[in-house]
Design a protein around this ligand. Structure first.
Ligand SMILES: Cc1cc2nc3c(=O)[nH]c(=O)nc-3n(C[C@H](O)[C@H](O)[C@H](O)COP(=O)(O)OP(=O)(O)OC[C@H]3O[C@@H](n4cnc5c(N)ncnc54)[C@H](O)[C@@H]3O)c2cc1C
Length: 484
C-alpha cells in the first residue's frame, strides 16, 4: 500500500495547533517514569474505546531508547552525554548541590541504572495504600518493566560474595533486581529494547492505540474552574500560547517541576512543595584479588535492602567500579577487581525541606524559578554514620580493601541531590494539612487534577524509587479509568 501521508519522526507527533482543537479525556504532562506508566496503563485499558489521550513533553526526542541499548554508548560516553544534556538544578546551590535536571522525551529513565527494588513493608505500612494493593501494583509494574533478579545469574563474583554475605549474617542480601528484558527470543522476534526506559512504556502504549504527543512543548499553567480542572496552558519554544482542554490532567513533570507548576497556577495546598526527600548517598571503592573468583566472573550486582531496623540500603557493584554494565566496552584483564559500595540512607519527610518559588528570578518563559531548601536532620545524620560504619564492616568481612581517596576518607558522603531519588513534594495522604493529594494521587480540592511522578511518594524509604513511582502511577491511571 502506498502511504498517503508520511511519518516525519520515529514517533508520531501532533502539532499544538491540532491539540488545541481537541477536548481530551486525559492530558499528561511529562513522559518520564510516572508519565510513561500512566500513558501505558490508559492505552492498555482503553484499547478499543474512543477516549482521547494527549501527552505534552517539554524536552525533545534526544534518544529513541534507554542509552544503554545503543551500541555506541560505553559508560564513559553515556556519562559525558548525560552531563551535556542535563543541567544543574536551578536554585539548588548550596543546600542541594548535587541536583541536576533533564528535560527530554522519556525523562531521566533514558539514563537511569534500572535498579528496581520494592520499598520495604515497614515503609509502606505508613502509607495511605494497603500492603495488598501495593503488592498487586508492584507485580503489574515489574511485569511491564521486565524486572528480574537474573541480570547477574552465573556470575561467580556475585554468587561468591552473596554466599559470604549470607554466612556473615545478612540472609536478606540478594542479586540486584533490574528492569532488563532477558527473555530469550524465538522466531526472530526482535528485541531492541533490552534495557528498560519510559520509552518502553511509550512504545507499548502506541502499539495498543494512538495518542497525541507534542514534544518541545511546555505546560506553564494548570487551568481550573470552580474546583475542577479544565485543561492546561502550553507554550511552544517561540513562546506561542495554546490552551488545551481536558477532563483530567496528570502532572508527571518531576519532584521539582510539578509543584512549581501547581504553585505558579495559584494552587496552594499546605503540603505542596514541602516534604522534599531524597536518599543520602554514601560511597566507597575497594579492591579484591581476581584469583578468588573462577570463571565466569560476570557482573557483580548485590543489594542489601533496608529493614524496619536498618534505615539504609547497600549495593555492591563490580568488577570495575566504573564499567559496571556488561554492555559494549572492551573487557580489561584485571588482577584486582574494583568493588563499588553504594549506601542509600533514609531521609525523614520534613515540612521544612521544600521548594519555593523565587518571584525575583524568572526563566525565559516568564515562570518563577524555584529555590530548594534542604538539610539533613539529626536522625538523617545518625543514619549516614550507621551506613558508613556498615560499609566499613562489610568490606573487611568480605575481604575487600577500601581505597582511600586523595584528600578524603575511603568512605565518603556525596552532595545532597546527587541521587535522582528526589520525591515527596506532592505527597499522597489522607490529610490536606500534611499531603498534597488524596490516596489516589488527586490534588486535594481540585477534581480531575492528578500527580503521577516521584513527587507523590509519601516517604522515601531506603529503596530506589522509580519502580514505586511506576506502580503508583499505574494505580492512579486505574482510578481515573474507574471515574470515567
Ligand atoms: C543517571 C541516573 C541513574 C538513575 N538510576 C536509577 C536506578 O537505578 N533506580 C531508580 O529507581 N532510579 C534511578 N534514577 C532516578 C529515576 O530515573 C528517577 O527517579 C525517575 O525517572 C523519576 O521519574 P519522574 O517521572 O518523577 O521524573 P522524570 O523521569 O524526570 O520525568 C519528568 C518528565 O517531565 C518533563 N517535564 C518537566 N517539566 C515539564 C513541563 N512543564 N511540561 C511538560 N513536560 C515537562 C521532563 O522533560 C520529563 O520528561 C536514576 C536517574 C539518573 C539520572
Amino acid at each position: 500500500m502506498i502511504p498517503t501521508d508520511y511519518l516525519t519522526h520515529w514517533i508520531p507527533l501532533t502539532s499544538l495547533e491540532n491539540m488545541a482543537e481537541t477536548e481530551y479525556d486525559v492530558l499528561i504532562a511529562g513522559t518520564g517514569m510516572g508519565g510513561g506508566a500512566v500513558l501505558w496503563r490508559l492505552c492498555e485499558q482503553w484499547k478499543n474505546s474512543g477516549k482521547r489521550i494527549g501527552v505534552i513533553e517539554r524536552g525533545g526526542p534526544i534518544l529513541p531508547a534507554q542509552a544503554r541499548n545503543l551500541p555506541m554508548m560505553d559508560n564513559e560516553r553515556l556519562d559525558r552525554f548525560f552531563y551535556d544534556v542535563s543541567k544543574p538544578l536551578p536554585g539548588s546551590f548550596p543546600a542541594y548541590a548535587g541536583g541536576r535536571q533533564l528535560f527530554a522525551l522519556g525523562g531521566r529513565t533514558l539514563f537511569w541504572n534500572m535498579i528496581s527494588p520494592r520499598m520495604s513493608l515497614s515503609e509502606i505500612a505508613g502509607w495511605p495504600v494497603s500492603l495488598e494493593e501495593m503488592d498487586a501494583y508492584y507485580y503489574i509494574a515489574e511485569e511491564a518493566m521486565n524486572v528480574t533478579h537474573n541480570y547477574t545469574q552465573g556470575s561467580s563474583l556475585t554468587e561468591i560474595l552473596l554466599g559470604r554475605l549470607h554466612r556473615i549474617g545478612f540472609p536478606e542480601a540478594m542479586a540486584v533486581p533490574m528492569a532488563v528484558d532477558l527473555q530469550p527470543r524465538i522466531y526472530a522476534e526482535p528485541d531492541s529494547d533490552v534495557f528498560f526506559s519510559s520509552m518502553g512504556f511509550l512504545a507499548q502504549a502506541l502499539n495498543r492505540r494512538p495518542f497525541d504527543l507534542a514534544v518541545r512543548a511546555r505546560v506553564v499553567q494548570v487551568l481550573v474552574d470552580k474546583g475542577k480542572v479544565t485543561g492546561v496552558q502550553v507554550m511552544s519554544p517561540d513562546r506561542k500560547i495554546y490552551n488545551l482542554k481536558a477532563k483530567n490532567v496528570v502532572l508527571s513533570a518531576s519532584t521539582f517541576e510539578t509543584p512549581r507548576l501547581l504553585l505558579h497556577s495559584g494552587i496552594h495546598g499546605r503540603a505542596i512543595g514541602h516534604y522534599l526527600t531524597n536518599h543520602s548517598s554514601i560511597r566507597a571503592t575497594g579492591r579484591i584479588s581476581r584469583a578468588e573468583f573462577p570463571e565466569v566472573l560476570g557482573t557483580l550486582g548485590i543489594l542489601m535492602p533496608g529493614t524496619a531496623e536498618r534505615h539504609y540500603q547497600i549495593q555492591l557493584r563490580g568488577p570495575d567500579s566504573y564499567d559496571w554494565y556488561q554492555t559494549y566496552q572492551e573487557k580489561r584483564l584485571m588482577e584486582e577487581l574494583e568493588i563499588l559500595f553504594l549506601a542509600y540512607g533514609r531521609v525523614e519527610s520534613r515540612f521544612e525541606n521544600m521548594i519555593t518559588l523565587d518571584s525575583n528570578r524568572k526563566d525565559e518563559y516568564g515562570v518563577p524559578e524555584i529555590r530548594v531548601h534542604f538539610s539533613y536532620s539529626d536522625t538523617d545524620q545518625a543514619v549516614i554514620l550507621q551506613a558508613m560504619a556498615a560499609v566499613n564492616h562489610l568490606s573487611s568481612a568480605l575481604g575487600i580493601t577500601l581505597i582511600p581517596r586523595v584528600g578524603q576518607s575511603a568512605i565518603y558522603l556525596m552532595p545532597p541531590g546527587d541521587l535522582h531519588h528526589d520525591s515527596g513534594t506532592c505527597r499522597m495522604g489522607g490529610d490536606p494539612a500534611t499531603s498534597a493529594t488524596d490516596r489516589y494521587g488527586q490534588i486535594h480540592g481540585v477534581s480531575g487534577l492528578y500527580i503521577a511522578d516521584n513527587s507523590v511518594l509519601p516517604s522515601v524509604g531506603t529503596a530506589n524509587v522509580a519502580l514505586t513511582t511506576a506502580a503508583l502511577a499505574i494505580r492512579t491511571a486505574d482510578y481515573i479509568i474507574r471515574q470515567e
